[in-house]
Design a protein around this ligand. Structure first.
Ligand SMILES: NC(=O)c1ccc[n+]([C@@H]2O[C@H](COP(=O)([O-])OP(=O)(O)OC[C@H]3O[C@@H](n4cnc5c(N)ncnc54)[C@H](O)[C@@H]3O)[C@@H](O)[C@H]2O)c1
Length: 255
């Protein structure tokens, strides 16, 4: 038992910035070797360099996680550099500028947002699950959203739909993989304050104030608070936590 990750190899998607970056550094702090995957290659390199400067092992790979060929190529590079992957954290996600509501939403918006926020986690899980099963130990954590548990404050329909679908994917993967020692869980972050791209930051000031009134903690969350929850879920301490969605949202949703 414990939360030490010595000897483990983790892939963190979306680790060029935001929660993914903080998570990659947190898992490395706890002993994991970390592959920092992101579509923004130079920023992913920065994350990996910061981890290496702190004395841990890391590599950066530029990859678009919505394409199976790229995912498989990135997986091959990761295994060659760090060894077999037994921890996968799917953080990459965004509403990609899709408009609020239905009227202006296009088929292209729908496909792009669903592909990134749901399909990509299927592609990465499919890529790494066999090795985890062979090892008899693995952890997959998918980053959903309060939007996937209830509704989206920014009213982006495919984002809410994909994040809800991601919770279904999490539960069904959990059923499939638990007999092999591979635990799959999800985290549903609330409004996270420190992130430059957070959708809530685009809301008008009065709506931001109203949003705060709905959070019992009375404040927005920090990336470190998401990373800490992820670090627990990928550890041995979470050995009997399977198929769950952990809301890390200051008490915004309680159900
Ligand atoms: N910020 C919030 O308040 C909030 C709330 C709930 C859920 N979330 C979810 O948490 C996760 C992290 O959010 P964040 O605010 O840190 O986002 P962010 O925009 O700061 O980081 C997302 C990262 O994903 C990368 N990415 C985007 N498309 C990619 C692709 N096709 N392939 C590879 N990488 C790609 C980006 O380059 C970026 O580095 C996302 O899944 C987001 O939907 C965020």
């Amino acid at each position: 038992m414990g939360t030490n990750l010595d000897g483990h190899v983790a892939v963190v998607t979306g680790s060029a910035m935001g929660m993914g970056k903080v998570t990659a550094k947190e898992l490395a702090n706890r002993g994991a070797s970390v592959a920092c995957w992101d579509i923004v290659g130079d920023k992913a390199i920065e994350t990996a360099e910061e981890i290496k400067a702190a004395g841990q092992k890391a590599i950066a790979i530029q990859v678009d996680v919505t394409g199976m060929n790229q995912v498989q190529q990135a997986a091959k590079q990761t295994v060659e550099a760090l060894g077999t992957v037994d921890i996968l954290v799917n953080v990459a996600g965004a509403s990609l500028g899709a408009p609020p509501g239905l009227d202006d939403l296009t088929e292209e918006d729908w496909d792009a947002v669903v592909s990134l926020n749901m399909r990509a986690s299927f592609l990465t899980a499919k890529t790494f699950a066999q090795d985890m099963k062979k090892k008899g130990w693995g952890r997959i954590v998918n980053i959903s959203s309060g939007a996937g548990r209830s509704n989206s404050r920014s009213r982006v329909i495919p984002y809410a739909a994909a994040k809800a679908g991601l919770l279904g994917l999490t539960r069904q993967l959990a059923v499939d993989l638990a007999p092999h020692g591979v635990n799959v869980n999800a985290i549903a972050p609330g409004a996270i304050a420190t992130l430059p791209n957070a959708a809530w930051k685009k809301l008008p000031a009065d709506q931001q104030r109203d949003a705060l009134l709905t959070i019992p903690a009375g404040r927005f969350g920090e990336s470190e608070e998401i990373a800490g929850a992820i670090a627990f879920l990928v550890s041995d301490d979470a050995s009997y936590v399977i198929g769950q969605t952990l809301c890390v949202d200051g008490g915004h949703w309680m159900f």
